[in-house]
Design a protein around this ligand. Structure first.
Ligand code: FDA
Length: 300
């Protein structure tokens, strides 16, 4: 019930615009690294000092104006240059709708092409985050075309989709992030229960660890993490074949502990003024995240 409320709020255009105007509020600063590149580089440096790398998301999604998509492209190009100039250990995550997928496929492709080409000069990885089902196939189409020319692109497999096993087989030679899935999807396309999603999640992770290129296991779920630790040991999969990923601000102690244990760890670092939809989805996933908000509001 609360999940549905936050999910509906995440798509509210009026509140999204208001949030952009008034800066980081509602406790979002605990899970968003900052609103500008300078603050973000500082946050990445702090993570790097703990042995943690970063994937940087210049927040933005569901863009319907060309000017906004072009602005997003310029910001991402700026981040790529800043990562390179500052010598921090980081790469880029981005969302196709941020670059105009809902406006025009070719326009989005051109924006994306420029970004992937700029990053490839520095051998920097670009991850196409996966959004809701309506954008899934067009996003894979973008990946298909880009990967013919570039090797620095990868994407996300969402375990709640029935088609995920087919997708992971098709993209096994690519660096993949595997997640449970964050959007509200219908029973026509996606598993609905936690048990089914968790079981498929484990199955996909194991498949890619055994057959795939590099695997990013993106979860805050300690049960999954413990399972993976045992699985890689039992199957003699070396640490350089995978990494754990978590979102900035979540389970910070566990992030540091995993890095200290010698696992590759990468934190997803969102930044920018378009934080509202991202933040609401985090509340929808886990209403207990409201605790973060309350603590922030009361400054404890
Ligand atoms: P889930 O929310 O299922 O929680 C399982 C259990 O873990 C909980 O019951 C609790 O015990 C424990 N737990 C979880 N969070 C905790 C916390 N904060 N503190 C303490 N205990 C906690 N989705 C998508 O659709 N497309 C994408 O591109 C991405 N990208 C992405 C990148 C990264 C780095 C991450 C971590 C996640 C994504 N996601 C995503 C989101 C993903 O699909 C999923 O919605 C969330 O990660 C929530 O699922 P979890 O696997 O983290 O655990």
């Amino acid at each position: 019930m609360l999940k549905d409320v936050f999910m509906a709020l995440s798509k509210n255009q009026l509140l999204t615009s208001a949030a952009k105007k008034y800066g980081l509020k509602l406790g979002a600063q605990t899970v968003v690294a900052g609103t500008n590149v300078e603050d973000t580089i500082k946050s990445i440096r702090e993570l790097n000092a703990l042995g943690i790398s970063a994937t940087v998301d210049n927040l933005g999604e569901f863009v319907f104006e060309r000017s906004e998509a072009l602005k997003a492209k310029e910001s991402i190009l700026e981040v790529i240059e800043a990562i390179q100039a500052n010598g921090v250990d980081a790469h880029i995550s981005l969302k196709p709708t941020q670059l105009g997928l809902d406006i025009d496929y070719d326009f989005c492709y051109e924006n994306l092409y420029e970004i992937v080409a700029a990053a490839s000069k520095y051998d920097m990885h670009i991850n196409l985050d996966m959004e809701d089902y309506g954008h899934l196939q067009p996003s894979f189409d973008l990946i298909d075309t880009l990967s013919k020319e570039f090797s620095n692109v990868g994407t996300v497999i969402q375990a709640y989709f029935y088609r995920a096993q087919d997708d992971i087989e098709k993209y096994k030679d690519m660096r993949l992030r595997i997640v449970k899935g964050a959007y509200k999807e219908s029973v026509e396309h996606a598993y609905q229960t936690k048990q089914e999603i968790d079981a498929n999640y484990i199955k996909l992770i194991e498949y890619h660890l055994l057959n795939g290129k590099f695997t990013s296991i993106a979860t805050h779920d300690h049960n999954v993490i413990n399972h993976v630790k045992k699985f890689v040991e039992d199957n003699q999969i070396s640490n350089d074949k995978f990494e754990f990923q978590m979102l900035y601000g979540f389970r910070k102690d566990m992030q540091v502990d995993l890095a200290k244990e010698g696992y590759n760890f990468c934190t997803y670092v969102p930044f920018g003024d378009d934080w509202y939809g991202y933040f609401m989805r985090r509340l929808a996933e886990r209403p207990q995240n409201l605790n973060l908000v309350v603590k922030q509001v009361f400054n404890k």
